[in-house]
Design a protein around this ligand. Structure first.
Ligand code: KG4
Ligand code: ZN
Length: 355
């Protein structure tokens, strides 16, 4: 059993959690959304400064909420990639410093592996292999989860990520940042059939379309044209109908690819992760399609879908139980494929748990 203090600062949430194996003992998130909203998106330098201001308090708070002191902590972890370099550095430096001062093993964690591990927090008995549909502000991927640290990317986006598409379309509709939750809320009162929009397919050289890859830039452009046409006609923008039509198209596209992929690869569980997993349209469509095909879908609650440190701690605890730790020379990386996760670790047999 490994108890880990984990830090997540890859983007605009300063998050610290204490996790024992797959049980979350505390989950502190200091959101910077209000700060970045005035700029319409995340400003990297502002994000780094905010992390510096809040990180110490968040660390202290995580131990208070978990009702533990440092004696009970077996390792200190932080997201090291991918993400904003300045932001990642704040969390990683804090984690390394604590590991040295408190004489604990240190672990760097891949942000996307963290999003996969959010599902273990709600289903501790979950075992690989399973399929993860990872839909966040920066990623849209279908990942074959083979084991801790062992992943294969089966499908990806060719352009915008799903969350990015939500954020960009929200900006077109003059809605606030981040766009996903606002579009989701407005879509509830709109007609999803009001405007047929292109789903966005990726063609393959041999003809036909890639069954698992997605593309959202054409959909975004279609919404832009629709908005321009309606504005030319001086019609008051039917924001709710546009939001509902857009959301329905994204949800249909993601659902189709995830279900096809799970069936083709013989995987009976789809774990959904990333901020867009909070989307109610995606939840409804994917759950309905999965039920038809006898597939199980795991949707973590909102607090584990959007960026948080509990998912990072859960991944770190699994690595630590296997004797994996990271060298203190580990740096941050703005990009790192999830297939390279094991590069972050060395093996220490003394740390391997007996269970
Ligand atoms: O995973 P996340 O918190 O950060 C990244 O690692 O990117 O995801 C943030 C993204 C944003 O693009 C946001 O608009 C989107 O998740 N999002 C949503 C919803 N809640 C957050 N998208 C659609 N519907 C939602 N309810
Ligand atoms: Zn994320």
């Amino acid at each position: 059993m490994a108890c880990v203090l984990a830090i997540e600062t890859s983007c605009d949430e300063t998050a610290v959690a204490v996790v024992r194996d797959r049980t979350c003992l505390s989950n502190i998130v200091a959101s910077q959304i209000a700060v970045h909203r005035q700029y319409g998106g995340v400003v990297p330098e502002v994000a780094s400064r905010s992390h510096v201001e809040t990180i110490n308090e968040a660390i202290a708070q995580s131990l208070i909420e978990a009702q533990l002191d440092w004696q009970a902590i077996d390792g200190v972890a932080a997201t090291c990639a991918p993400g904003l370099v300045g932001s990642l550095l704040v969390g990683l430096t804090a984690a390394k410093t604590l590991a040295v001062v408190k004489q604990k093993p240190f672990l760097g964690v891949h942000h996307l592996e963290g999003h996969i591990y959010a599902s273990y927090l709600i289903e501790p008995e979950l075992q690989p292999p399973f399929l993860c549909l990872l839909v966040s502000g920066g990623h849209t991927s279908l990942i074959y989860v083979k084991n801790c640290g062992i992943y294969e990317i089966i499908g990806a986006t060719r352009d915008d990520a799903a969350g990015e598409a939500f954020d960009k379309v929200a900006r077109l509709l003059k809605l606030s940042y981040p766009g996903g939750p606002v579009i989701d809320r407005l879509a509830k009162d709109g007609n999803p059939q009001a405007y047929p929009l292109p789903e966005g397919k990726v063609s393959v050289p041999s003809g036909g379309y890639h069954p698992y890859d997605s593309s959202f830039s054409g959909l975004k452009t279609a919404v832009l044209r629709l908005v321009q046409t309606l504005e030319q006609d001086s019609v008051e923008l039917p924001v709710k109908d546009i939001a509902a039509s857009f959301q329905e198209t994204v949800a249909r596209s993601l659902t189709k690819r995830a279900v096809t992929c799970a069936l083709d690869y013989g995987l009976n569980t789809i774990a959904v992760g990333g901020g867009v997993a909070a989307n109610s349209g995606l939840r409804q469509q994917l759950q309905a399609a999965a039920a038809k095909h006898n597939l199980r879908v795991l949707f973590p609650p909102l607090k584990y879908c959007t960026d948080n440190a509990a998912m990072i701690g859960c991944a770190a605890a699994d690595h630590l139980n296997r004797g994996h730790t990271s060298p203190l020379t580990l740096g941050v990386q703005s990009r790192l494929p999830i297939t390279d996760v094991m590069q972050l670790y060395t093996y220490d047999c003394r740390l391997k748990s007996e269970k």
